[in-house]
Design a protein around this ligand. Structure first.
Ligand code: HSC
Length: 699
């Protein structure tokens, strides 16, 4: 018996319980245990039926993603083979599903002859999010039960369904309060009746209406034109389930799975998966988070309103302080509009919306926040305003209240000094639109108390964000490294590129939007104000000259109809006026423009990003390279299937990256200076990936 799979008996029923915390992933040891249990049950004449279940909160999270690309140990069946053995069993196998049955976990259950789900079970085929498809028979068995439409929805969206939804589409046979107990009773009946088990491979209900099936396949195919290969291959496999005999369908599925597993897109998506999970590990993560029921908010501007809506939707009471009835009314309208949008999108019921709104308590004075467990200052990026409010909050709140200050470019460590208890202050950066973007940079300085960090991180998880711990500093990590990308882009413009060429090259790489479209959308004023502050502080920015000229000419971005581009109702276009300004800039700097190709644009921008990220890492402002990947992937539109800037740098190789940086250096020596960390790693024969594995520090 293997420790990861327990074998127990209840009369004629053999119970195989997977016990492999935390999520019962189906790694080699679990597969070996299941195969062993199955063989023991077949060999024992006193066993009449088998129950397949699991211990812990999940039935199974599927294949062990860490094993992809590694050879399987000799003698251990792969997951597809294990599923086939379960299905082929002459003794009925009943799957009892509690918690999450995802990917290969659901495929294991689909190979059983009966599926019972607990009321809180979640069933899904999320492989597409990893650039894969269900590769253990899922593409062939699911449509036999559900038809093409529901099967394709499961596989193409990757979203899990509830037990009730699973029952409605035929994925499970019943929803029962205690699936394991009911499964044992049912298995005992099946053993006594000695009826031959019905195999999913022989089920036909989902295939019967071939015309409808084909139509659903065709409709799905029309939506898979994007650049990722997995969706198209999923549709092919589901079509094959109708057209091919089952065994041929499995072969077809296997070939498609292997192609995808070897694809760079899947490698990037798998890296992204682990980067996000690794980010949850930081020194303060185990500190005691304060329980929260009442949160205070100062400011209901665009970001404040988004935070308010998220807090309300997670069941918290929110007191929002806004000075002046006009701004307060505007802020309340913003919150209402966001709640309305959540109702329209089906994320919130109309009844819950009414309750959520009722928990929002508007106020005009900071004294209204005295009873709050945590207060978030969400005022505009104005140092004087923020320090004045933080100073007052420090005096009026209970001593243990956590104070969160939202920042874009300001250094939260400096802001914290405005209060009498800087240890309670944590910085927070949310990317716009804050109601949608998952990233939440949690900025910690040497003086910040661990409990305050743990409390904010828990709150952020509760409202659906991904908290990533960073060191407190100007711009934190995301804005700082993206500024380096933009500087590289600005230098390319000076050398001869057009804004539209830079944007197109980076969009081709997979960015949701190029830097100049993004700047136009956000408005050029904020970045301009930051450059002015930096310049006054004796740190003049590299690049940014064209941006300053645009602001000087009143071109503030999309809101004014003119920025890097012209927005005149006929689409977005390069503007001769901008090209004229660019010409002036080049002449003033004595630069003769040259033709610049997309490859060079991408190389320079990504090298600058990776180099700045290495500087950030070397300064101890990020815990590990994969945290920087997680930040860029969840907040800044870096293409998920590219894995992140550190994944890009690791693939390119540090030696190549350094040689490129040295080649670019004559253009702007200080900007292109190689990060000391890159030199150190090369000297020590180490890789960026090695740093992902080092223990987290509390510095
Ligand atoms: C798959 O199943 C492919 C199959 O179709 C075919 C295979 C055929 C192969 C053929 C070969 C020839 N593996 O998320 P959490 C770790 S692909 C390994 O924080 P929660 C996670 O890294 C798989 N590890 O927990 C973390 O580790 P740490 C499809 C996995 O409670 C810890 O577990 N399945 C893992 O918030 C806790 O995770 C999926 O994509 C896995 N599959 O959420 C499901 N899953 O503590 C992915 C998790 O060391 N998983 N870990 O940092 C999830 O969505 C979530 O983990 C749950 C739990 C919702 C299950």
């Amino acid at each position: 018996m293997t420790a990861t799979v327990r074998q127990t008996r209840n009369g004629a029923v053999m119970i195989l319980s997977v016990d492999s915390p935390p999520v019962n992933a189906l790694g080699a040891a679990v597969r070996a245990g299941l195969a062993e249990g199955l063989a023991a049950a077949q060999a024992d004449p006193s066993v009449g039926a088998i129950v397949l279940c699991a211990i812990g909160p999940s039935f199974s999270a599927g294949a062990d993603i860490r094993e992809f690309g590694r050879p399987a140990p000799l003698g251990v069946p792969g997951l597809p083979e294990l599923c086939n053995r379960i299905e082929a069993s002459g003794k009925a196998v009943v799957a009892a599903i509690q918690g999450a049955a995802l990917g290969g976990g659901l495929e294991l259950a689909l190979a059983a002859h009966v599926r019972l789900a607990g009321p809180r079970a979640r069933l899904g085929l999320p492989e597409v999010a990893l650039g894969l498809l269900p590769g253990a028979g899922g593409t062939q068995r699911t449509p036999r039960l559900t038809g093409a439409g529901p099967a394709l929805r499961l596989m193409l969206t990757g979203k899990a369904v509830s037990a009730q939804e699973a029952l409605a589409i035929g994925l499970v046979d019943a929803v029962v309060e205690d699936p394991e107990q009911t499964a044992v009773a049912l298995a005992a009946d099946l053993a006594a009746g000695r009826t031959a088990p019905v195999r999913t491979r022989d089920r036909q209900e989902g295939l019967r209406d071939a015309v409808r099936y084909e139509a659903e396949v065709a409709a799905a195919r029309a939506g898979t034109a994007g650049r990722l290969p997995a969706p198209g291959r999923i549709v092919d496999c589901v079509e094959a389930a109708l057209l091919l005999p089952f065994d041929r369908g499995l072969v077809f599925e296997r070939a498609a799975f292997e192609d995808l597993a070897a694809s760079p897109e899947s490698a990037g998506l798998r890296r992204a998966f682990f980067a996000e999970r690794r980010a949850a590990v930081f020194p303060e993560a185990d500190a005691r988070a304060h329980p929260l029921s009442h949160v205070g908010l100062v400011g209901l501007g665009v970001t404040g309103a988004a935070i308010a809506a998220l807090l309300l939707q997670s069941g918290l009471r929110v007191t929002a302080v806004v000075r002046g009835s006009g701004p307060l009314d505007a802020g309340l309208r913003r919150v209402s509009a966001l709640l309305d949008r959540a109702v329209a999108a089906g994320r919130l019921s109309p009844e819950a919306r009414v309750q959520d709104q009722a928990r929002l308590l508007p106020a005009s004075d900071l004294s209204a926040l005295a009873g709050c467990d945590l207060v978030i200052e969400a005022l505009p990026e104005d140092e004087a305003l923020k320090t004045s409010v933080l100073g007052k909050l420090g005096q009026s709140l209970r001593p243990a209240t956590v104070i969160v200050t939202t920042v874009s470019w300001l250094d939260p460590a400096r802001l914290a000094l405005a209060t009498v208890r800087p240890a309670n202050v944590v910085g927070l950066h949310l990317c716009p639109p804050a109601e949608r973007m998952r990233l939440a940079e949690v900025a910690v300085s040497a003086q910040t108390q661990a409990e305050a960090v743990a409390t904010l991180a828990a709150l952020l998880r509760r409202i659906g964000k991904l908290p990533v711990r960073v060191g407190a500093s100007a711009g934190l990590v995301g804005n700082r490294v993206m500024a380096a990308l933009r500087t590289a882009a600005d230098l390319l413009l000076e050398d001869g590129a057009l804004p539209s060429q830079v944007d197109a090259a980076l969009q081709d790489f997979g960015f949701a939007m190029g830097p100049y479209r993004a700047l136009d959308l956000a408005g050029l004023k904020r970045a301009w104000a930051h450059r002015q502050r930096e310049s006054r502080a004796g740190r003049p920015a590299c690049g940014g000259d064209l941006a300053d000229m645009l602001v000087g000419a009143g071109r503030l971005g999309q809101e004014t109809g003119r920025g890097y581009y012209l927005y005149d109702g006929q689409g977005v276009r390069d503007d001769p006026e901008v090209l004229g300004l660019l010409g002036e800039l080049r002449s003033a700097k004595g630069i003769a423009p040259r033709r610049i190709g997309s490859d060079e644009i991408r190389l320079r921008c990504l090298s600058a990003l990776a180099n700045e990220a290495a500087k950030v890492l070397g300064e101890g402002l990020a815990q590990r390279p994969s945290d920087i990947d997680a930040i860029l992937l969840t907040g800044y539109g870096f293409p998920r299937w590219q894995g992140g800037p550190m994944a890009w740098a690791a693939d390119r190789g540090l030696l190549v990256l350094r040689a490129d940086l040295r080649r670019f250096a004559p253009q702007a020596p200080a900007f292109w200076a190689v990060a000391p960390l890159i030199d150190d790693l090369i000297r020590d024969g180490r890789h960026l990936d090695d740093l992902d594995m080092r223990p987290v520090s509390s510095g």
